[in-house]
Design a protein around this ligand. Structure first.
Ligand SMILES: *Cc1c(COP(=O)(O)O)cnc(C)c1O
Length: 390
């Protein structure tokens, strides 16, 4: 059981508002803010290089806690400043030729779809979307019928940005692997709210961001690449961290996922990300995940009962995102009216998940995403405010 009062005391931002945007940019625990700021102060005292040298063990520790969280080898991780950066660092390194097929998820994130379209234009590959089944999740039968040996890469989104469903990643990955395709998993909306085990899911690469359910600082993200695969890929851009300049005319790539990482980084926010993941591991991820699911389900039920409110979540297994619309009101109006009552939700727009939103004839939805530090009184206050609006 989680100590909710303790969690709230650790989260100064939740005192004066109902915060329901952990799918956008969550409230970090105190330890994350303090770790980050303390390092910036130290840099100002002794310079960034000496300050980083003092924290070499802790920096390595950031790698090991994330590795523990997703059950990966620490050397299979590469840090960056966002999930999109990490995803594209991997994606652009996969060789493609004319006629190759890239499959994306019907609810894939805009940035990933744009990257796929750009590479298709440049290489002569084609992009095709995996349809949704009647429940809204990835249609596994359709995927099985689509794959052939021309499919080089399958992009799966674990939890779409615009709703609470969880896609059957392990099953889809098995289907993709039958034809030798690589699978890259966008775990932005699952890291920190669902179990993530790269060995069990068997994906070839995975990207995630720090600021959402993991509650880390903005400007942090990471990539996992299966070790044997990492050794066979050459990223499109290199520096002296991703490779070593070994002779006037030669360089050698880093032997592991480090080849996807540049040397310069924000040490303060990376340490902050480590503090966030350590905090999650100390709480016990299973308890956190259960608390999130319980809160989201509570909201879904309560909102469904309100006249004039329509919950738009689909899928069979649900996660911490609750999407809804209020009859006669634009989602941004709903967001702004709730903000005036010190309730933070956000809006997911059509262009973030164009295929899925177009298929459902939606321009935007209101998105409420409660983390474990949100109390049931908070949830009731939010539901009351939506009732008053509707
Ligand atoms: C937020 C999000 C991203 C992008 O993460 P960044 O860190 O902003 O690059 C990618 N995919 C999904 C599903 C997201 O929700």
């Amino acid at each position: 059981m989680l100590d909710i009062a303790g969690l709230r005391a650790d989260t100064p931002g939740c005192e004066n508002q109902v915060f329901l945007d952990s799918a956008g940019s969550s409230l970090p625990p105190r330890a994350v803010v303090e770790t980050t700021i303390a390092h910036l102060r130290r840099e100002a005292e002794i310079g960034g290089y000496r300050a980083a040298n003092e924290r070499l063990d802790d920096l390595h520790g950031v790698r090991t806690v994330i590795a523990e969280l997703i059950n990966a080898d620490p050397a299979a991780l590469a840090f960056s400043d966002s999930a999109s950066r990490s995803w594209s660092d991997f994606f652009y390194s996969v060789p493609l030729a004319p006629g190759d097929r890239i499959l994306i998820s019907g609810a894939d994130y805009g940035s990933n779809a744009i990257a796929a379209l750009q590479r298709a234009r440049r290489t002569g590959a084609v992009v095709e979307a995996i349809p949704a089944d009647g429940s809204g999740q990835l249609d596994l039968d359709a995927l099985a019928a689509m794959v052939d040996e021309r499919v080089k890469l399958v992009s799966l989104v674990h939890v779409p940005t615009n709703g609470g469903l969880v896609n059957p990643v392990a099953e889809a990955t098995r289907i993709a692997h039958r034809v030798g395709a690589l699978v890259v998993l966008d775990a932005c909306q699952s890291a920190g709210q669902l179990p993530l085990d790269v060995a069990e899911l068997d994906v070839d690469a995975l990207s995630a961001t720090g600021r959402k359910w993991l509650r880390g600082p903005r400007g942090t993200g990471f990539l996992y690449v299966r070790p044997e695969l990492a050794r066979s890929l050459e990223p499109g851009r290199l520096d002296l961290r991703s490779a070593e300049w070994t002779a006037p005319g030669d360089y050698v790539l880093s032997p592991d996922a480090g080849r996807f990482e540049f040397w310069e980084c924000s040490v303060a926010t990376r340490l902050g990300l480590g503090a966030a993941v350590r905090y999650l591991l100390d709480l016990g991820p299973a308890a956190v995940y259960a608390a999130i699911a319980e809160r989201a389900e509570y909201l879904r039920k309560a909102l469904q009962e309100l006249p004039g409110v329509e919950v738009r979540d689909r899928g069979i297994q649900h996660a911490g995102i609750v999407s809804f619309i209020v009859a006669g009101q634009e989602p941004i109006q709903v967001r702004d009216r709730l903000a005036a009552a010190d309730i933070t939700v956000t809006v997911s727009h059509r262009s973030s998940t164009l295929l899925d939103m177009s298929a459902r004839e939606l321009n935007s939805v209101v998105r409420a995403s409660p983390h474990c530090f949100v109390s049931f009184e908070d949830l009731d206050r939010f539901v009351g405010a939506v009732r008053a609006l509707a």
